[in-house]
Design a protein around this ligand. Structure first.
Ligand code: TXA
Ligand code: MG
Length: 359
């Protein structure tokens, strides 16, 4: 395929006419990369089964890993699903558009099986990004879109990341600059009781629990501790977010009291790493990065422990930076598993292939 058409659109000023080419491409069964508030998505209209099939091919995505369907309104969600309960409608009203993906039963004949990998359930969200919403509205149909990266790589938070992975494989790329959250949506399966977190994301689960007034089950794989089997959660069994470098995550049970121990352990690992590898890096918090200056390692500050929104936002671009810097071995400081911390640790643990050291 030729180079994609790149359309630059300012988030502040989304003129529908700029999207005509993208909409036509979707209607003709093409693939359009578009920005959302989380990460860039690789989109096809759900009715275009040929195009949806191309998504799997282009990403190198296993065919048994279902896609998220993006809608612009709750009405469109209701069109595709089988009588969701009041609780779900309430969540959709409260958090959409936004980074919450709801899994519910499909209405027969409305969502092609290739979109949901033959499952009777569908994952749906409404993205809080004017370009994404306008694209769906103008297409008049829901858009199936996984993150626009090659399978196994960190999700793209800029159009350049997309082009690094998928140049020549897609028809249109809409570039609206860096995405807001930088991590994907929170995915919750509401067909089971209690609701089950399949993937922590940009929406902290504590906020959702507050609305539904019950606890959400957090399985071990949602914490990034091991991979789920196909029956438990499709798609969660695959290696994710992996840079080329070997990663090790240093964690502690108490980030307030034991941060010094954590740094000490990270330094030990770096010193050991330097004996074996030429290009070594530490990914550290703003609070602790100064503790590594005497070592011959790249220092990547991922943000302050007091602002996990920024840490999450920097996460994937920092993992991609490791590749840009040709790093062979990197030590990563862990973060407290609360709020967005759960999301950050899920991604880091998976990125490391569960290579974790606890102090
Ligand atoms: O923020 C996001 O969610 C981004 C943007 C583009 O919206 N999308 C995204 O899609 O991250 P993807 O395909 O990379 O991740 C979707 C996750 C996968 O892990 C998949 O296994 C799960 O959601 N999923 C999708 N449909 C499902 C279903 N019917 N049942 C269980 N899990 C499902
Ligand atoms: Mg993905």
């Amino acid at each position: 395929m030729n180079k994609p058409l790149v359309i630059k659109i300012n988030v502040e000023d989304v003129v529908p006419v700029l999207l005509i080419e993208a909409v036509n491409t979707l209607k003709n069964g093409g693939l359009v990369v578009f920005p959302t508030e989380t990460v860039y998505g690789l989109g096809a209209l759900i009715s275009r089964k040929d195009a949806v099939k191309k998504i799997y091919l282009v990403k190198g995505r296993p065919i048994d890993n279902p896609l998220i369907v993006h809608v612009d309104t709750i009405d469109m969600f209701l069109e595709l699903t089988l009588d969701p309960p009041e609780e779900i409608i309430e969540l959709a009203k409260k958090f959409w558009p936004g980074p919450l993906t709801i899994i519910w039963w499909k209405k027969p004949g409305k969502v092609p099986d290739i979109v949901t990998a033959d499952l009777p359930k569908v994952a749906i969200r409404s993205p809080a990004h004017p370009v994404a919403l306008e694209l769906i509205r103008l297409s008049g149909e829901a858009i199936a879109a996984p993150s626009a990266n090659r399978s196994g790589k960190p999700s793209p938070t800029t159009a350049d990341h997309v082009l690094d992975d998928l140049d020549g494989l897609v028809d249109v790329v809409i570039d609206s600059g860096e995405t807001l959250y930088g991590v994907e949506s929170t995915v919750i399966d509401f067909t089971v009781k209690p609701p089950r977190l399949l993937r922590p994301g940009a929406m902290p689960i504590e906020k959702i629990e507050k609305v539904i007034q019950k606890k959400i089950e957090i399985p071990y794989y949602a914490r990034g501790l091991g991979e789920a089997g196909q029956a438990e959660s499709p798609g969660m069994k695959y290696k994710h977010y992996a840079p080329n470098a070997k990663l090790v995550i240093v964690e502690t049970s108490n980030y307030h009291q034991k941060l010094d121990y954590l740094v000490k352990k990270a330094r030990e690992l770096l010193e050991k790493g330097l004996r074996k590898y030429k290009r070594v890096a530490i990914i550290c918090s703003s609070e602790t990065c100064s503790k590594y200056h005497d070592l011959d390692v790249e220092i990547l500050d991922i943000g302050s422990r007091k602002n996990l929104f920024i840490v999450a936002r920097n996460l994937f671009k920092t993992l991609r930076k490791l590749d840009d810097l040709n790093i062979e071995y990197a030590v990563v400081e862990g973060f407290e598993e609360k709020g967005l911390g759960l999301t950050i640790m899920n991604r880091l643990r998976k990125a490391s292939g569960h290579n974790i050291i606890i102090v």
